[in-house]
Design a protein around this ligand. Structure first.
Ligand code: PMT
Length: 227
């Protein structure tokens, strides 16, 4: 949808979504339960509001929303490369992806046989893509992260807000049944530098429209223009 009447400035928005896959050997990988639904719903909501959206996504079963630019990725390293390459051109970046925190140090070039028991994999930390985004993004841009927590939701999210130099953290309690990973519904706490705002449980589709509005409003306040 084009910006209505040309009154709204078309904002360039990067959204990350989905899981990453970290190879163990040519047929096995480490991953997580992210379906991509939250990130894809956000990409759709920003596009529907008239903005230009680049979606960088790990493997999912979802259709890419219409009129959204798309970079498919597999591993955390691929996602990091795609984000680094594009973030300097963006006004807003929203990190909804569930990026693997660890990857296998030396994936086997051939399928691992069942000969060793136990089998030990050496895992090394991946790059924190969000945590290293501020420099290449610049300080004008509005940087939004998610926090997937199972305890101390607000405290952990507020720690991520500061450590990752974000303008907003969207925190979800992924231990609650029926919301979060691989669900059509979610409930979040918006953690801003100065205050919090609770968004009650709803569909990810509805939530994405509310989040898009909140993020665009925050960006407009930061750069001093109309949302
Ligand atoms: O995909 P769905 O099934 O719809 O589920 C949605 C969701 C639960 C995945 C989503 O709402 C969510 O919480 N996404 C963030 C998941 C996550 O990895 O959270 P975290 O608290 O571990 O990471 C904090 C932030 O750092 C996130 O913005 C994450 O994208 C980012 N990160 C983490 C690790 C890493 N190496 N690089 C990153 O950029």
């Amino acid at each position: 949808m084009p910006p209505p009447g040309g009154q709204t400035r078309r904002v360039r928005i990067l959204v990350t979504a989905g899981p990453t896959r970290e190879p163990i050997d040519p047929v096995r990988f480490l991953t997580n339960r992210s379906s991509g639904k939250m990130g894809y719903a956000l990409a759709h909501a920003f596009q529907h509001a008239g903005h230009s959206v680049l979606l960088v996504s790990g493997p999912t079963d979802l259709d890419v929303p219409d009129h959204v630019d798309f970079i498919p990725v597999e591993t955390a390293a691929d996602m990091c490369d795609a984000v680094r390459h594009s973030i300097g051109r963006m006004d807003i970046a929203v990190f909804a992806a569930a990026v693997a925190d660890y990857t296998v140090r030396d994936p086997a070039p051939e399928k691992i046989k069942k000969s060793s028991d136990p089998l030990t994999l050496e895992l090394v930390k991946t790059t924190d893509i969000l945590g290293s985004a501020r420099e290449p993004f610049g300080f004008e841009g509005t940087l939004v992260g998610f926090a997937a927590e199972t305890n101390d939701l607000e405290a952990n999210a507020r720690d991520k807000l500061t450590r990752k130099r974000c303008d907003l953290i969207i925190a979800n309690d992924v231990s609650k049944p029926g919301i979060g990973f691989d669900s059509d519904r979610n409930e979040v706490l918006l953690v801003y530098p100065t205050h919090n705002e609770q968004v009650p449980e709803t569909t990810k589709h509805d939530l994405a429209h509310r989040l898009a509005h909140a993020i665009l409003t925050l960006h407009a306040e930061r750069v001093g223009c109309e949302p």
